[in-house]
Design a protein around this ligand. Structure first.
Ligand code: NAD
Length: 251
């Protein structure tokens, strides 16, 4: 198995239809012990209990709260003594236009999608350094690359573009410690993040721009995260993996 006896921590992973839970499930199938972090403790614990295999953990952790991130890291290290893979997956979106972005919305979108990546990474980096081994994978989006996805406003694009810069800079800094940092940039993935706003007409329209002819599934993104968490990607750092069905193909 690709993650035999590895310890993996995944943020934003309690929702059964989300990318985070699909990742947790795939990692558990591949032999990992998985820690699910999400806003609600009961939901996190229930999600962890539903994973295949034994020894998983579900904790409450708001990634915008530095103390909560540090507490989660402490709980993980007390229980398992190490961490092999961190997946910074938690995120929120808001489908608004530039002139509709007020300060509170800007702060909220930036806080969860961008600052949360920094805070949770900071909580685990001392341990990664001590081990001189580990993988951090961060959730960006096609929205960062093409100037808007479908459901995210400009502040979401900005936050996800910020994730690319943050992750690449962390990759450069942590490389000498043998800690790898990479990003995943999904296209449109069918999860609850669309908030039921994806109409059949919109879907048909979007599909015209996707060479593979289908929307993405949470499992498609989980597979990219699996590659990044495993030793298959031992020489990959500062990378960006598109999981978009060809919606955006770079020149
Ligand atoms: P989702 O809404 O199912 O998952 C997001 C999860 O993050 C939820 O479980 C939520 O409770 C959690 N969360 C929200 N705020 C949090 C916080 N402050 N601290 C901890 N957890 C928090 O949606 P999803 O589509 O599975 O999204 C997962 C990630 O993928 C997000 O970062 C999203 O921006 C990104 N993404 C999604 C798509 C897509 O099309 N679905 C495309 C590109 C990127």
């Amino acid at each position: 198995m690709l993650l035999d006896s590895k310890i993996a921590v995944i943020s934003g992973a309690a929702g059964a239809r989300g990318i985070g839970y699909a990742t947790a499930s795939l990692f558990a199938q591949q032999g990992a012990q998985v820690v699910i972090l999400d806003l609600d403790k009961t939901a996190s614990a229930a999600a962890a209990a539903a994973l295949p295999g034994q020894g998983h953990l579900g904790l409450a952790c708001d990634v915008t709260d530095a103390a909560a991130c540090r507490d989660a890291a402490q709980a993980v290290l007390e229980r398992y003594g190490r961490i092999d893979a961190l997946v910074n997956n938690a995120g929120i979106t808001q489908p608004v236009k530039t002139m509709e972005i007020d300060q509170a919305s800007w702060d909220r979108i930036m806080d969860v999608n961008l600052r949360g990546v920094l805070l949770l990474s900071q909580a685990f980096i001392p341990q990664f350094r001590k081990q001189r081994a580990g993988s951090i994978a961060c959730m960006s989006s096609v929205s960062a690359q093409r100037g808007g996805g479908i459901f995210g406003g400009p502040h979401y694009s900005a936050a996800k573009a910020g994730v690319l810069g943050l992750a690449k800079a962390m990759a450069r800094e942590l490389g000498p410690d043998n800690v790898r940092v990479n990003c995943v940039t999904p296209g449109l993935i069918e999860t609850d993040i669309t908030g039921g706003k994806l109409t059949e007409d919109m879907r048909a329209d979007i599909l015209k721009g996707i060479p593979l002819g289908r929307l993405g599934q949470a499992r498609d993104v989980a597979s990219a995260y699996l590659f990044l968490a495993s030793d298959l990607s031992a020489y990959v750092t500062g990378g960006v993996i598109d999981v978009n069905g060809g919606m955006l193909i770079h020149g």
